[in-house]
Design a protein around this ligand. Structure first.
Ligand SMILES: [Zn+2]
Length: 336
């Protein structure tokens, strides 16, 4: 069964959870022992999709990339897979002049290696994104067995330091929004007000185009994940979705084959938040993290479910953030 099918019917998630748990139980031992992962199936070529004819396009293979046609060039939103920049050539001969990064995850920026003259184009990113790249690529993402480590890609050279930037790039109006940490600590939303669109990166997404990129994501986490090592948190997603809902736009997610409506992103947020709040109540009642993982079925999943990166699960966030809240309340005003 395809992961993407499950998301279409959220109401049947409970039933599906049983199916996926069974599947992952079978997969978990190999991953836990650090054995070589099965080779990924060959991916079909990404297809350029039109959002606004002659103006805005997107394509995805694992992650989505956006293309905005300006007066003299093309502004890309993310550049996450090999030769992503070449796809727009079927529409225009204008050169790539800018790449605006939603965040620094490799599946959103690694296409820069294959972009001609990437060192000469403007690469726009939040300051924390840029700093994180130095940290991630140089020091912390130690390769696991069979997991490649990327060299540092061409670096951002236009740094965003404000939470909201309104600008015109090559004749196209852009509003860049940072609502605080969500998927990472530096998520950037790229709004195109004239086209009533917003590229939201991984603040909210439907599912990967190809589930093999993130095998065995637990449905009880609503097929979402957050990067704790980059200061992401589901709590930030709740706030960011509130802010996104204020925009008069359709949403282009960082992953997923279809655009998302207000109802789609609200439902995704509400589903995660309902589980978050339910689990938080269990922690407040004294449940341990181990027991919380058992109660939610999370213990059936390999910690290596994210492939080359261990994604932190929703119960971990709930437990650590709730415990921190309780400690803060206890210690409030007692600094000595
Ligand atoms: Zn992503």
């Amino acid at each position: 069964m395809k992961l993407s099918k499950w998301l279409g019917t959220i109401s049947t998630l409970a039933l599906c959870a049983v199916a996926l748990q069974g599947q992952s139980q079978a997969q978990a031992p190999a991953a836990a022992q650090g054995q070589a992962a099965a080779p990924r199936p060959a991916r079909p070529a990404p297809v350029l999709k039109t959002i606004v004819e002659g103006k805005v396009y997107y394509a995805g293979v694992g992650s989505n990339v956006g293309y905005v046609i300006g007066d003299t060039g093309v502004i890309m939103i993310d550049n996450g897979f090999a030769n992503a920049s070449a796809l727009i050539k079927s529409v225009t001969n204008k050169p790539i002049t800018h790449v605006i990064e939603t965040h620094d995850d490799t599946d959103h920026i690694n296409g820069l290696y294959t972009t001609p003259n990437a060192d000469k184009i403007k690469i726009v990113a939040m300051e924390d994104n840029w700093k994180q790249q130095w940290t991630s690529f140089k020091w912390t993402e130690k390769p696991k067995a069979n997991c490649p480590q990327s060299p540092m890609p061409p670096q951002p050279n236009v740094i965003i330091r404000q939470p909201r930037v309104e600008t015109t790039i090559d004749g196209v109006k852009f509003v860049l929004h940072h609502y605080g940490p969500s998927h990472t600590g530096h998520d950037l939303v790229i709004e195109l007000p004239e086209y009533k669109l917003a590229f939201v990166g991984d603040i909210v997404f439907t599912t990967d185009l190809f589930p093999d990129a993130h095998p065995g994501l637990p449905p009880q986490d609503h097929n979402m994940f957050w990067k704790s090592e980059k200061r992401g948190t589901p709590r930030g997603m709740f706030h960011s979705v509130d802010e996104l809902l204020k925009l008069d736009v359709t949403y282009v997610p960082g992953h997923g084959q279809t655009l998302m409506t207000k109802a789609d992103i609200r439902k995704k947020r509400d589903d995660v938040k309902a589980d978050y709040d339910k689990q938080s109540a269990m922690v407040r009642a004294g449940m341990s993290l181990d027991d919380l993982r058992k109660a939610t079925g999370e213990d059936k999943y390999s910690p290596a479910r994210g492939g080359c990166i261990n994604y932190v699960d929703l119960p971990w966030y709930v437990y650590t953030e709730t415990m921190r809240d309780m400690q803060e309340l206890k210690d409030k005003g007692t600094i000595k």
